[in-house]
Design a protein around this ligand. Structure first.
Ligand code: FAD
Length: 549
């Protein structure tokens, strides 16, 4: 492969030359350094590189340029090189614009001028961006194509898995000409869907999640068999624990049953997480956290479900669904919660065929111009309504309670009120769903009057609360009546059979050395920030536990 390019663009020729000179001094051997003096000129260079099939690793653009601003340039460049790392060069006065750009163009970094001395200010940033870009080739760029049926649950699952793991792919419907052509070229008849075609032309028919994970370069097998810390669950709490554990020198492995990100990974926009004044998508936030954990040396395994936990002397054995085992000194349970499903007749058979639990970002474009129904009165439902309103004709938010005030944040209620194509229906519940192969109709009922009526509907997204996933834990690991794990003070003293001469630490469960963090913990605050905080605090307590082991 030819050397990847670092392209820098600045309308001031002096600045442009001097950035390029500094970059050449350090990166000339490993990268081609290209420079341009306007956004248009830089885009022209990128088009040429695209045509020649040459890679681009980093784009470094000045914010203030007369015809096309740095943000506009980076936005256009994303269409050509979506994997290239995007860095904005700004003056201190433009910091706000740079922060806004984090969301517009998924900016990876903003660098303040002047960048001297480059050893301190420029090179560490570019080193980090190159490392992040280099870890991406294990994921084939946009070479993955998926051919499936729009209303098929297995097709949806494959697309959802790829999206949650931030793996780019192209989607073709089997009844489109291009979809048929691809199946023919791959030599498969399309009787079983979906078919995933890899970059080197191999066709995988109805692949399992584990097959998908290994094909797209996600790690599924642990490198060792004994660790200081096993973190179960890859949501914000688990990722927080993995970042802190690995950065503080613990041999750490995180085990996630599906894709890292957890519930937060499904949030279209998290607006209340510290440090992101304009919000951040859950996928962006958790993808960064995953990379950060890996950079510190944590192993991150996906598509591996933990099904049992056993104490063996002073160690713990963690068993996977396929029977494989890991041993560890300490465990952090960060398994969060899973969505409850709606029991209304007819909906179970339509799951993945118009009925979805949690936000199905993959479906957003398919909803364009349609009516979308969302069930739920909490923030997650409100966020989804705002998200789908951008594409849908009308979003109907169905809420059983008479008001949103008690269940949704004030800022979201105000946002909903300000969006014309969102209609909030309070005192309304779904009592049935029907359709031939996919959702076609919903029956709704007014909870006060009892009156029911039918509406045509193709899309239903459900956010109705969640339950912890703890039934696989050993019987002596104490939980509250709803299944949430009890820790520290909530255990109210030393649990029966507790073998140590001290009380359980704050986030420690009734089994010494097993900690709980995030939503799975009884009495936890169900928020991203508190989950991350729990993960960090649990690691501190793991250190304390290991000191006297
Ligand atoms: C749509 C939506 C929007 C939200 N918006 C916000 C917001 O704006 N602000 C905010 O602060 N909070 C928000 N929340 C809440 C927030 O996302 C959660 O509080 C947070 O994700 C909890 O993190 P966690 O790591 O404890 O659990 P989770 O995020 O639930 O992650 C748990 C992980 O563990 C994995 N897992 C479970 N069991 C096993 C097993 N046996 N083996 C291996 N892996 C397992 C799961 O697959 C999952 O990935 C939102 C939630 C949703 C659903």
């Amino acid at each position: 492969m030819s050397r990847p390019a670092i392209l820098t663009v600045d309308d001031d020729p002096g600045v442009s030359r001097s950035v390029a000179r500094d970059l050449r001094r350090r990166y000339a051997e490993q990268c081609r350094i290209l420079r341009a003096e306007s956004g248009e000129q830089a885009l022209e260079a990128l088009r040429e590189l695209k045509l020649r099939g040459e890679p681009v690793a980093v784009l470094l653009a000045d914010y203030r340029m007369p015809q096309m601003s740095g943000i506009e340039f980076l936005e256009a460049a994303m269409d050509l090189f979506p994997q290239a790392r995007r860095v904005l060069l700004t003056a201190y006065a433009d910091t706000d614009a740079a922060i806004r750009a984090i969301n517009v163009v998924d900016l990876d970094y903003y660098l303040l001028k002047p960048w001297n001395p480059p050893e301190e200010k420029l090179y560490p940033v570019i080193d980090e961006q190159l490392a992040a870009w280099q870890s991406a080739p294990e994921r084939p760029v946009t070479d993955i194509r998926v051919v499936g049926h729009r209303w098929s649950a297995p097709s949806y699952q494959v697309r959802d898995f790829l999206a949650r793991n931030s793996v780019p792919y192209r989607w073709y419907q089997v009844d489109d000409e291009e979809g048929r052509r691809l199946l023919e070229a791959a030599g498969v008849d399309g009787g079983t869907l979906p078919v995933l075609i890899t970059g080197d032309g191999e066709a995988l028919v109805a692949p399992t999640e584990a097959e998908l994970a290994s094909r797209v370069g996600l790690s599924t097998t642990p490198a060792g068999d004994f660790y200081d810390l096993v973190v179960v669950g890859g949501g914000p709490a688990g990722l927080g624990a993995a970042v802190y554990g690995a950065s503080e020198g613990l041999r750490t492995v995180l085990v996630e049953q599906l894709a890292t990100g957890g519930q937060a990974g499904q949030s279209s926009r998290i607006e209340n997480y510290l440090g992101f004044p304009d919000g951040v998508s859950g996928a962006q936030l958790t993808d960064r956290a995953r990379r950060q954990a890996v950079r510190f040396g944590a192993e991150v395994l996906t598509t591996r479900e933990v099904v049992s936990l056993e104490q063996r002397g002073s160690a713990h054995a963690v068993r996977f669904a396929d029977g494989a085992e890991l041993a560890t000194h300490a465990v952090i349970l960060a398994t969060g919660v899973a969505y409850r499903t709606l029991g209304a007749p007819g909906l179970a058979d339509l799951t993945g065929r118009g009925v979805y639990y949690g936000s199905a970002a993959t479906e957003a474009t398919a909803c364009a111009g349609s009516d979308v129904y969302i069930v739920g009165g909490a923030n997650s439902a409100g966020q989804a309504a705002v998200f789908f309103a951008r594409q849908a004709r009308t979003v109907h938010l169905l809420v059983r309670a008479p008001t949103l005030q008690l269940s949704m944040s004030h800022y979201l209620i105000e946002q909903l009120a300000g969006i014309e194509n969102i209609q909030v229906h309070t005192c309304t519940e779904v009592v049935a769903g029907a359709g031939d192969g996919h959702l076609e109709r919903l029956t709704l009922r007014h909870t006060n009057s009892g009156e029911s009526w039918e509406v045509p509907a193709q899309w239903l997204f459900v956010f109705i609360g969640a339950a912890p996933r703890t039934d696989w834990l050993p019987a002596d690991l104490a939980r509250d009546p709803r299944g949430f794990v009890l820790t520290g003070p909530d255990l109210r003293g030393r649990p029966k059979g507790w073998p140590l001469d001290r009380d359980p630490y704050h986030l420690e469960t009734s089994v010494p050395g097993v900690f709980a963090a995030g939503d799975v913990r009884a009495e936890s605050v169900k928020r991203v920030a508190s989950a991350v905080g729990d993960g960090a605090m649990a690691v501190t307590l793991v250190h304390r536990y290991l000191e006297v082991l």
